[in-house]
Design a protein around this ligand. Structure first.
Ligand code: F6R
Length: 596
């Protein structure tokens, strides 16, 4: 949430920062700002709304050192004044901040200062001014010792050719180019400039100058940073001819899923490296899957597959609830945290809580992210950068990652799974998904029939129930249509009251053990004139109820939810576009939720 980008080198900073902020826009897009050091002081431009509003203004900023920010509002409404950068009273110090300063009121009182914005962040600029005695790094360090909360922070001063950076809970990476430094909240934005980088860890602070950099901890001890290299292709963060990142990412699923299982499964072995010894795996009594939003849905899907494969009780928890509930955990429990970004504040806190009591592992997309590092070990899903705010390829990757985990645990315990059958099904997944993607135009036609609806129900049974939840979430977050997912049989316990000719109901109705039951649920909707959209592996029985049928190829039960999710992603996408909305940047949302 919120994006920080900064530049120090010998090129014009504002242009590079503007482009960097555009790449970070998915992290927040209610206002943006850039500050650049020029010959006389620091020039500042900031504006409410999307980053492109800043394009013309940023051309006024001339200089080779600057910082910028794209905001997702927490404290204070989105407007020009609350936009970052914020400055000290003497306007010599500029800061951009990502995170929450929890004790901002106490700090304001301590400083007896009046802030011009309603943000929690501005007080940091005043605090640094208070501690500044000629050494900016020291002033920032002393300030941060007084701060409670989370921060990714970049600071500049009119009298110093340097950027000071700090991190606690909100990511900050430093790219090392040729005679230049690029700072960013994520790797994707520095990748076009350099592949060499280091990440600040929590409670670390650094100084970047034209002649070098230094990093220390808040206690003033020097720290040597290991340099890392970006290994993925920069092209993966371009739209590549697709109208939106979301559509591109939906279409990437044949490849992203292959990347997830490639080299990790053979006919008789699962090859993943986890920091869990065999004795512990044999002793696992319970698995607890923890995540938020779409990641929580992937956990619900996996719960079915895991219980079936392992015969171990599996519980699924919202990270935000789990972290505050004093969860009862035992040493024979395994807590698995699931996160695309690896930065979600609630999931990170849940992980830290779980680590006090039992073993933990992560199912993560972003390599080197905070949760990935904190979890100690886990399975990267290798979906590649996901830029669209609505998670698509990461969702299906998470289901697969969790399945690999289940199979790995099974291998060390009972060896009940038939790996050859699963491997064969995985090998066919690419073709199956391509066949679904070929139906894109048909799905668009269904979207055309329904995009003016104001409500939707999504119904499924078994592991298709979480697929229904995810279908509803995708639709509501990008089209702003109210949508609910239910287990199909629950409909008659309440939601059936909503059914009339204005209520589209999406049924996920595969040919599996529950098919006849779901047909009965469909009858109930049909009888009440609800409009039915059916997703199925065999449309023969369904033509009676609707002409809006999406058929998907049939695969093994463990993988069917992956195939079923993809048409629902496309349906939500087309409905949003038909409503003239930007599916990549839905209102009020941001990609990585680094605040509670
Ligand atoms: C919905 C969506 C969110 C995220 C949630 C968790 O499309 O993307 O619901 O799934 O904010 O994010 P991660 O997976 O990054 O922890």
């Amino acid at each position: 949430m919120c994006g920080i980008f900064g530049y120090l080198g010998n090129k014009q900073a504002s242009e590079i920062i503007f482009q960097g902020l555009q790449r970070l826009e998915y992290r927040g897009y209610d206002s943006a700002g850039i500050a650049v050091k020029n010959g006389t002081g620091i020039a500042l431009e900031k504006k409410k709304g999307r980053i492109h509003n800043l394009q013309e203004l940023s051309k006024n900023l001339k200089g080779t050192l600057g910082i910028g920010h794209t905001r997702w509002a927490t404290h204070g409404e989105p407007n020009d004044v609350n936009a970052h950068p914020h400055h000290s009273t003497d306007k010599k110090i500029m800061i951009v901040h990502n995170g929450i300063i929890e004790n901002f009121s106490a700090l304001k009182e301590f400083l007896n200062c009046s802030c011009i914005s309603a943000t929690d962040s501005e007080v940091l600029a005043h605090l640094i001014q208070h501690h500044y005695k000629g050494n900016l790094l020291e002033a920032v360090r002393l300030s941060l010792l007084q701060v409670e909360g989370t921060y990714g922070l970049a600071v500049m001063h009119q009298h110093h050719d340097e950027i000071i950076i700090a991190r606690n809970g909100s990511p900050l990476v430093v790219g090392l180019g040729k005679n230049e430094y690029i700072i960013s909240s994520d790797l994707a934005a520095i990748a076009p400039h350099t592949k060499k980088y280091f990440c600040l860890d929590d409670k670390q602070i650094g100084k970047l100058t034209p002649s070098g950099y230094e990093v220390k901890d808040l206690e003033n001890s020097a720290i040597t940073k290991e340099l890392e290299r970006i290994t993925w292709d920069v092209k993966s963060i371009e739209k590549k001819g697709f109208s939106h990142f979301m559509l591109k990412e939906i279409f990437e699923q044949p490849a992203s899923l292959k990347n997830c299982f490639r080299g990790r499964i053979t006919n008789d072995e699962i090859k993943v490296t986890l920091n869990l010894d065999d004795a512990f795996i044999k002793s696992i009594n319970r698995i607890i899957l923890v995540g938020c939003g779409t990641s929580w849905h992937s956990a619900l899907v996996a719960e079915y597959a895991m219980e079936k494969t392992l015969n171990i009780p599996v519980e699924v928890e919202y990270a935000s609830e789990f972290r505050y509930r004093n969860p009862i955990l035992h040493e024979n429990d395994l807590v698995v945290v699931i996160s695309q970004s690896g930065e979600t504040a609630d999931t990170l806190a849940a992980l830290k809580e779980a680590k006090k009591h039992c073993k933990t592992i992560g199912i993560i997309n972003v390599v080197g992210s905070t949760i990935a590092r904190e979890a100690g070990s886990g399975i990267y899903i290798h979906a590649g950068p996901e830029i669209g705010v609505a998670s698509t390829k990461a969702f299906t990757g998470q289901i697969l990652g969790l399945l690999l985990l289940a199979l790995y645990i099974d291998e060390k315990r009972e060896k009940t799974a038939n790996l050859k059958t699963i491997k064969d099904a995985l090998d066919n997944l690419e073709e199956h998904i391509k066949a679904i993607l070929e139906k894109n135009e048909d799905i668009k036609k269904i979207a055309e029939a329904y995009y003016n609806s104001t409500n939707f129900l999504f119904l499924g049974r078994g592991s298709n129930f979480p697929v229904a939840l995810e279908g509803a979430l995708k639709l509501k977050e990008i089209s702003y249509i109210h949508a609910e997912g239910y287990p199909a049989a629950e409909m008659k316990h309440g939601p059936i009251a909503l059914i009339d000719e204005h209520m589209p109901v999406v049924f996920i109705a595969n040919q599996n053990g529950l098919h006849d039951k779901i047909i009965s649920n469909m009858e109930e909707v049909y009888a009440r004139k609800g409009s039915i959209i059916a997703l199925t592996t065999d449309d023969r029985e369904l033509k009676k109820y609707t002409k809006h049928i999406i058929t998907v190829p049939e695969t093994i039960d463990l993988l069917q939810p992956i195939l079923n999710s993809i048409p629902l992603q496309l349906l939500a996408y087309h409905i949003a576009v038909l409503k003239n909305l930007d599916p990549d940047k839905p209102r009020n949302l941001a990609k990585s939720v680094t605040v509670e």
